[in-house]
Design a protein around this ligand. Structure first.
Ligand code: PEP
Length: 250
């Protein structure tokens, strides 16, 4: 059985007081939700105060990015070891905004995944095709490349810790959610890739989240799909009521 995971990616939003307000609302209204994993990813500057606020709660803390080295002359970067020190248990790696706006490629993402796993943190590894790639019928080739290169060299034991997030780029922040059929098709394809690259137990146990305009009114249909094990939520994670409803999917 794969335990559902609902993650909120707060992106570049919320001051420390705003982040603490949101976390208090989530703690209050989601305290009973022990049947799922709940993760929030605030901006770097809010990680330490939010880590203190979620201590002994059922909410885990993720960073939105990291570098692939633990220390050295890498001005402006933050390492997995320091994220762990700040209280993170998860790190989002390879988000499409990192790939598109900051030039991250599959090889760098692979190095980041290894660095995150080396610190015993859980990577939330994002993949997904652009609209152009989908229209050119390249979705499967793109996903295959991202998964094969991104996960290259990971051991089976490491794979059991990885969470994959399928986020079609055309659905992120656009209000255009993938249909339940489109999402299920992509998730089943990715699971098949994991079986081929690793093993059937890995494919059966790795959680694959869907991300891309998840909202209270579409989460139930998505979560009803066989291969969708949770959601990575951007915009709707910024409002307590919306994120709470998403975490209470039916
Ligand atoms: C995201 O940032 O990963 C995301 C899916 O954003 P949104 O839910 O706003 O589309």
């Amino acid at each position: 059985m794969r335990k559902p995971l609902i993650a909120g990616n707060w992106k570049l939003h919320k001051t420390i007081p705003e982040a603490l307000d949101l976390i208090e609302a989530l703690k209050k209204d989601l305290a009973d939700k022990t049947d799922i994993e709940i993760v929030v990813a605030p901006v770097f500057t809010a990680l330490v105060p939010v880590a203190q606020a979620v201590k002994s709660s059922n909410i885990a803390l993720a960073a939105q990015n990291c570098y692939c080295e633990n220390s050295g002359a890498f001005t402006g970067e933050v390492s997995p070891a320091l994220l762990k020190d700040a209280g993170c248990s998860h790190v989002i790696v390879g988000h499409s905004e990192r790939r598109q706006l900051f030039g991250e490629n599959d090889e760098l993402i692979n190095r980041k995944l290894k660095a995150v796993l080396a610190e015993d943190l859980i990577p939330i590894f994002c993949i997904g095709e652009t609209l152009e790639e989908r229209e050119k019928d390249e979705m499967m080739d793109v996903l295959k490349r991202q998964v094969t290169v991104g996960l290259n060299g990971l051991s089976e034991t490491e794979m059991f810790k990885v969470v994959v997030a399928y986020e079609p780029v055309w659905a992120i922040g656009t209000g255009k959610v993938a249909s339940t059929d489109q999402a299920q098709e992509a998730h089943a394809f990715v699971r098949g890739l994991l079986a081929g690259l690793f093993s059937t137990p890995v494919a059966e146990q790795v959680r694959i989240l869907y991300g891309g305009s998840v909202k209270p009114d579409n989460v139930d249909g998505l979560m009803a799909q066989t291969d969708i094990d949770g959601t990575l939520v951007g915009g709707a994670s910024l409002k307590a009521a919306d994120f709470i409803r998403i975490a209470r999917f039916e």
